[in-house]
Design a protein around this ligand. Structure first.
Ligand code: C2E
Ligand code: CA
Ligand code: CA
Ligand code: CA
Length: 275
């Protein structure tokens, strides 16, 4: 049994080593991903619950590695955050997204994910301001999605930044609401314009009464605070029907469209097409 234990330990150690090397390798390759044109953006429609009309898009980062193929954001975003690479990558995402949205015939919104490090980095507000003026995108068409985790790092600094962004006219959405470090006081302490209910609640709405109760409660909270609520991860028409009955006005998910290159949505952007 003793030797077995030792062997297990060695195996574990080897696996740990492999994991660390894997992370380092991803970080190394991510460093040159922008210059090598390996990053791209996927756009996912955000629609009106009652009519299906598209109001805007969320931008989601994609990385196609020359040998690994598509690396999921759940793998490379945390590495980009830990290594600080998210600062440069995040600027690339913001510039590309604003540039794209400025070309649209209809004034649809563009929602960009911003991580904690970006939000509290020096010059972030100035960067957003200059991006808006360079691309000529009206500030009210840009929405920044922030998770509550991003507020915890440095709440004072996060508040200052969000207030300055608001003063520019940019909208701010609280992402993944109901998960992580959720605290209702954050809705009062920070200048949010929108709440995004996390996908995990929407997906359990018909199987788990607690999830349904939480969705109802968040919708009630939104009404009480005068904040629009968007449901993410809507995959079925049953989920959409539930949301409509409960008074949810906006939704996003595979039911309306999977994240895809913007070219796939061109007809929808130029004409008022219902999805
Ligand atoms: P998120 O901001 O919560 O983005 C929503 C995620 O849910 C996306 O995963 C999207 O593809 C997925 N999704 C949307 N609708 C459905 C649905 O109906 N069913 C299911 N099962 N999934 C759905 P994705 O693209 O893999 O991104 C994962 C996370 O990576 C994002 O979660 C966000 O936290 C982060 N991320 C992606 N792009 C960026 C970026 O440009 N900057 C930063 N800082 N983070 C990003
Ligand atoms: Ca998001
Ligand atoms: Ca989310
Ligand atoms: Ca998420």
């Amino acid at each position: 049994a003793k030797t077995e234990g030792k062997g297990t330990y060695r195996f574990f150690e080897a696996a740990m080593g492999a994991q660390i090397r894997e992370r380092r390798s991803i970080e190394h390759d991510l460093r040159s991903a922008i210059a090598n044109n390996e990053l791209s953006l996927a756009y996912q429609p955000q629609a009106q619950v009652d009519t299906g009309e598209v109001n805007g898009f969320e931008v989601l980062l994609r990385w196609t590695h020359p040998t690994r193929g598509k690396v999921p954001p759940s793998i490379f975003i945390p590495i980009a955050e830990d290594s600080g690479l998210i600062l440069k990558i995040g600027e690339w995402v913001m510039r590309e997204a604003c540039h794209e949205a400025a070309t649209w015939m209809r004034p649809l919104t563009i929602a960009v994910n911003v991580s904690a490090l970006q939000l509290t980095s020096d010059g972030f507000v100035e960067f957003v301001q200059s991006t808006l003026s360079q691309t000529k995108l009206p500030p009210e068409r840009l929405e920044i999605e922030i998770t509550e985790t991003a507020l915890i790092r440095d709440p004072n600094r996060a508040l200052q930044t969000l207030q300055k962004l608001k003063a520019l006219g940019v909208n701010i959405a609280m992402d993944d609401f109901g998960t992580g470090y959720s605290s209702l006081s954050n809705l009062r302490a920070f200048p949010f314009d929108k709440i995004k209910i996390d996908r995990s609640f929407i997906q359990a709405v018909h199987t788990n009464p607690q999830a349904a109760a939480i969705v109802r409660a968040v919708l009630g909270l939104g009404r009480g605070l005068g904040l629009p609520v968007i449901a993410e991860g809507v995959e079925t028409s049953e989920e959409l029907r539930f949301l409509g009955l409960e008074g949810c006005t906006e939704a996003q998910g595979y039911l309306f469209g999977r994240p895809a290159p913007i070219a796939e949505f061109v007809p929808l952007i130029n004409d008022n097409v219902v999805v």
